[in-house]
Design a protein around this ligand. Structure first.
Ligand code: PBG
Length: 331
């Protein structure tokens, strides 16, 4: 009989591929895009190499490229010129996100378009809801989120993805969509979103850092995992079609726990700080970026996520399509 020879299943690339327990496919990738007002303009996001703030026309071009590579979806974040206390830009039909949705639907009709719903990019104070006497006012924020969701659905968004972490927003958004004639639109809830240090580059990109205080009063606390299950189940009860865990790498146990607790698909968001961190280490020659990209992505899938929201979507899809990365990716 002899010893256990595990190496027999690792000897060649072909054998390793044959026994791989986890697969990654481009159709399950969601690429985040930051959309600004105007046209024919892009500005680089310093802390996120390869990513830009794009005007709607350029976002549509990028989306068409991603679709050609097989990437399943894009998720849009708006960066308006003007902000106010109520975040009214979030439901402006002529805002960057509705414009981008319409143009993407023309340029890449089969690409799934997600719209992030939150007020933080649109409020002058940078919080995810309106401010009341006792901080961020949960219930006063809900109808505003409903309005934003309907605005994006009207523009053509397939998926509404609320990231604000107000209680009851999934039920509110579901009701608003149904009432406006969009019972067919999917809700992907950021059900399990932790207050995290890893959102730094995103907030720089979107100019959405809170002017005072922090988000700990509404986003989740890192020590908790049972609470994640409660959040996920509550959102499913309210009508979420998919639940998301965010960030990714520091919360793999949470992805696994949520996967086992609910039977809707689970999405995970490998956030801006995770992307920036991998790039920064690679820039110094300390890690191999492409190997780390692959390993972290497969780890998120292995933990139980079906859908990956990742700033590496383009690179991953390029690799999956068998093209040499250097030709397509400007790292
Ligand atoms: C908006 C929102 C944030 C992210 C996604 N939607 C920022 C935040 O909550 O501060 C973070 C995404 C990332 O870091 O890549 N609420």
């Amino acid at each position: 009989m002899g010893i256990h020879r595990g190496r027999r299943l690792r000897r060649t690339a072909g054998i390793r591929a044959m026994v791989a327990e986890t697969q990654l496919s481009a159709a399950q990738l969601v690429a985040p895009l930051f959309v600004i007002e105007g046209s024919s303009t892009r500005t680089p996001i310093e802390s996120m190499p390869g990513h830009y703030r794009l005007t709607p026309d350029l976002a549509a071009r990028e989306a068409a490229d991603l679709a050609a590579l097989g990437v399943g979806a894009v998720i849009l974040f708006g960066i308006p010129n003007d902000k106010d206390s109520q975040g009214t830009g979030a439901w402006d039909e002529q805002g960057p996100v509705p414009r981008a949705i319409r143009q993407i639907k023309t340029a890449a009709p089969n690409l799934v378009v997600w719209a992030d719903v939150c007020l933080c990019e649109y409020t002058d104070h940078g919080h995810c809801g309106v401010i009341g006497h006792h901080g961020v006012d949960n219930d006063a924020t809900l109808p505003l989120l409903g309005r934003a969701a309907v605005c994006y659905a009207r523009a053509g968004a397939d998926v509404i993805a609320p990231s604000d972490m107000m209680d009851g927003r999934v039920a509110e958004i579901r009701a608003a969509l149904d009432e406006a004639g969009y019972p067919d639109r999917t809700i992907v809830s950021y059900a399990v979103k932790y207050a995290s240090a890893f959102y730094g580059p995103f907030r720089e990109a979107a100019g959405s850092t809170p002017k005072s205080g922090d988000r700990r009063g509404y986003q989740m606390d890192a020590p908790n995992v049972r609470e994640a299950i409660r959040e996920a189940k509550a959102d499913v009860r309210e009508g979420a079609d998919v639940v998301m865990v965010k960030p990714g790498m520091p919360y793999l146990d949470v992805v696994r726990a949520v996967r086992e607790a609910v039977d809707v698909p689970v999405a995970v968001y490998q956030v801006s700080g995770e992307y920036a961190m991998l790039h920064a280490a690679a820039d110094r020659g300390w890690i191999d970026l492409r190997a780390a990209m692959w390993e972290t992505s497969i780890a998120l899938r292995r933990a139980g996520a079906s859908i990956l929201i990742t700033y590496f979507a383009r690179e991953l899809a390029t690799r999956l399509s068998g093209q040499p990365l250097q030709d397509v990716v400007k790292v």
